[in-house]
Design a protein around this ligand. Structure first.
Ligand SMILES: Nc1ncnc2c1ncn2[C@@H]1O[C@H](COP(=O)(O)OP(=O)(O)O[C@H]2O[C@H](CO)[C@@H](O)[C@H](O)[C@H]2O)[C@@H](O)[C@H]1O
Ligand SMILES: OC[C@H]1O[C@H](O[C@H]2[C@H](O)[C@@H](O)[C@@H](O[C@H]3[C@H](O)[C@@H](O)[C@@H](O)O[C@@H]3CO)O[C@@H]2CO)[C@H](O)[C@@H](O)[C@@H]1O
Length: 619
């Protein structure tokens, strides 16, 4: 049956970043590998009473019977690892941006390689496809320094594209976000965080550590029963950076998961249910007043320090992270002590497929393809003018296929450089026959001035510009398909998915030379580079405005004067394999190099491989 192995691992994978701001949206994928004693979970056992915190917190797990679950036999597939991804977002159930995309796409790709894969994320809404497992875990959580309350979380579950999708149900998630998923995951509006995010995400981390032990899952003939303790946890972003600490303090110190592997007020450390020995890993000073002045705890710092390895989402960003405090989220010194490995993200080629995309008027591919029903996909050069016209009509711009259209899609954050773009538009729009369509997400009181800039565009340039401040998936697809160019003027960009989506749709990216944009876009071959931008978010640097103006000029010249070059670039973009298949193999190598659970490569497979093929429906 299960194996006994030694060595503990914890790996961090940074896939977001932040600049000179306390309120960084830095992402951290932290990976914990756990292997331990023989796993013989037949049904549910009561988890030992575990001292969770000095205030005598208790963790118990109960499982009631769930129709359809197995007798609890653990079937060992022979190859592959047990992987548990933990994150605040998991697309398409919850997504505010690229983090949700990665959690949507990478796990199925790992499942396709023959690994048993689970994701654990909050149940923000009543997802129609996820069922109550009736498995409960009780925690005592500290609401304040003196108040401790008993809390119960439930696990909901579904199995899709070969992945066990587990959702942690608790009022801290559901009651706050219910019916508003996609926009209110982290706060009531953009730029404002829920005051109890620390509590919410520490609860997620604690619940996630229980899920593989207590959930008795039977989804296909290859795997059944709980995942057990022979598991690799992959914790994403600062929200889950407490995982390694809880793992060490609550589990490994008790002989459980033995082999495994924001910034808040310093006084809040006592709310985290962690022993004092971890204090120094969290200890952090910065020059900002938020959330309070002076000394703080920093979850990211602890996640990085307590992990065995640090990964990030592109090789170039890995270098940038240690290049200085501005790109290293003020953690560059800490990061310099670690080896940061960069592995580029893939994209979800099912959701983003011009040949099947349900949001666009006609489907297309790099060449004409006859479908099974004998109808044709159009060839890209025939389809794009039609899709451009549909896009122009949809946003109310003059419909004219000869006018080049530039698109921009991104969260309304300083990172994305929409303010630099707005300044640049005023410099190039009157000089050129061009249209520009900007789609920004999560508008809210926190970013009112940015939002205004975007909405003013159509007042200033009624025939040339449109700005939409909404999270709008259909429009994102229409822009990606119908625009000629996609502008990505990011001040920093750990990987970036927008440019990958664009290239797959034959839309040529015009990018800032930072992070994953450097690794994924080749100047003159698959896109245009603008040079790197000033990372200071508070001001718009005129030099960056000029970089946009000049490079847009170059791109428009190619559009107007050398259509053959343009057509070649479109072919170059579309002929790349941008799927998760290659990145998933890299991930596998990285995980295997840890000697993690299974420690064998999985089986080779297509992106949706035999194991994962059993349920390919997306919600
Ligand atoms: N208004 C809107 N309406 C609909 N959809 C919208 C939208 N605005 C954005 N999106 C969608 O959100 C996603 C954005 O992903 P990105 O990776 O480009 O950036 P993000 O900064 O969110 O991700 C972070 O994490 C990812 C994953 O690691 C890194 O690639 C990236 O560099 C890092 O900043 C895309 O799927 C895009 O279509
Ligand atoms: O998938 C998209 C991104 O999702 C995450 O970013 C969120 C971040 O982790 C949250 O803390 C919050 O960020 C807000 C920040 O905390 C606040 O002080 C203020 O600066 O506004 C920010 C935005 O509202 O929301 C972010 C999502 O919008 C993840 O961390 C990123 O890596 C992903 O790119």
């Amino acid at each position: 049956m299960a194996t006994t192995v030694t060595a503990s691992h914890f790996v961090s994978h940074i896939h977001g970043g932040g600049l000179n701001s306390v309120d960084t949206t830095n992402s951290n994928l932290a990976q914990i590998s756990l292997r331990n004693q023989p796993v013989t979970h037949h049904g549910l056992r009561k988890v030992d009473m575990i001292q969770m915190m000095k205030k005598n917190a208790i963790l118990t797990a109960k499982q009631s019977s769930r129709s359809g679950t197995s007798s609890g036999n653990v079937i060992i597939c022979g190859t592959g690892m047990n992987l548990v991804f933990v994150a605040a977002e998991v697309g398409p159930w919850s997504k505010t941006g690229g983090l949700g995309d990665v959690l949507g796409g990478l796990p199925p790709a790992m499942a396709a390689n023959g690994h048993r894969v689970m994701t654990v994320s909050p149940r923000y809404d009543q997802y129609k496809d996820a069922w109550d497992t009736s498995v409960l875990v009780e925690y005592l959580i500290a609401l304040s320094q003196d108040s401790v309350k008993k809390n119960t979380v439930r696990f909901f579950h579904c199995h899709k594209r070969g992945v066990d999708r587990v959702f942690v149900d608790h009022p801290l998630f559901l009651e706050k976000v219910w019916g508003k998923t996609k926009s209110k995951v982290y706060g009531p509006n953009a730029g404002t965080d829920y005051k109890d995010n620390q509590l919410r995400f520490s609860l997620l981390c604690q619940a996630a550590l229980e899920a593989p032990r207590v959930l008795n899952l039977t989804n296909n003939k290859y795997f059944s029963g709980p995942y057990g303790e022979d598991v690799v946890f992959i914790a994403n972003d600062w929200h889950t950076a407490l995982l390694p600490c809880y793992l060490k303090s609550m589990y490994q110190s008790k002989g459980i998961y033995k082999q495994a592997k924001g910034r808040f007020a310093f006084s809040d450390f006592s709310l985290l249910n962690l022993p004092d020995q971890f204090k120094s890993s969290f200890d952090f000073m910065d020059g900002y007043d938020k959330p309070i002045k002076g000394r703080k705890i920093n979850w990211m710092k602890a996640g990085i320090l307590e992990s065995d390895r640090v990964f990030t989402v592109s090789p170039y960003y890995a270098k940038e992270l240690i290049s200085g405090d501005d790109k290293g989220v003020e953690l560059s010194t800490i990061l310099r002590f670690r080896t940061v490995t960069g592995s580029i993200n893939g994209m979800d080629i099912q959701e983003w497929n011009p040949a099947t995309d349900k949001y666009i008027d006609c489907n297309y591919d790099i060449t004409t393809v006859r479908k099974l029903d004998r109808s044709l996909y159009l060839e890209v050069m025939d389809a794009k003018p039609l899709l451009k016209e549909a896009l122009q009509a949809a946003v109310g711009l003059p419909v004219d296929r000869s006018i080049p259209v530039i698109g921009f899609i991104g969260r309304l954050e300083e990172q994305k450089g929409s303010d630099i773009l707005v300044a640049a538009i005023s410099k190039f729009i009157d000089l050129n026959n061009v249209q520009i369509i900007i789609l920004v997400s999560t508008p809210g009181t926190g970013k009112k001035s940015f939002e205004k800039q975007i909405e003013q565009l159509e007042v200033l340039y009624p025939d040339k510009a449109r700005g939409v401040a909404k999270f709008n998936v259909p429009l994102a697809h229409m822009i990606t398909a119908g625009a000629d160019f996609m502008l990505v003027p990011s001040r920093f960009e750990p990987c970036g998915l927008i440019q990958l989506h664009a290239m797959r749709y034959g839309t040529i990216p015009i990018v800032a030379s930072t992070g994953g944009l450097v690794d994924t876009v080749k100047e003159g071959y698959t896109g245009f580079h603008m040079g790197d931008f000033n990372v200071e978010c508070a001001t718009v640097d005129p030099a960056d405005v000029l970089k946009i103006v000049t490079t847009v000029g170059r791109a428009l010249a190619v559009y107007g004067s050398t259509p053959l070059t343009l057509a070649e670039m479109i072919q170059n973009c579309m002929s790349q394999d941008l799927s998760w298949k290659g990145p998933a193999k890299n991930w596998e190598q990285l995980l295997l190099s840890l000697g993690a659970g299974g420690s064998e490569p999985g089986i080779e497979g297509e992106e949706i491989a035999p194991l994962a093929k059993e349920n390919v429906a997306t919600p």
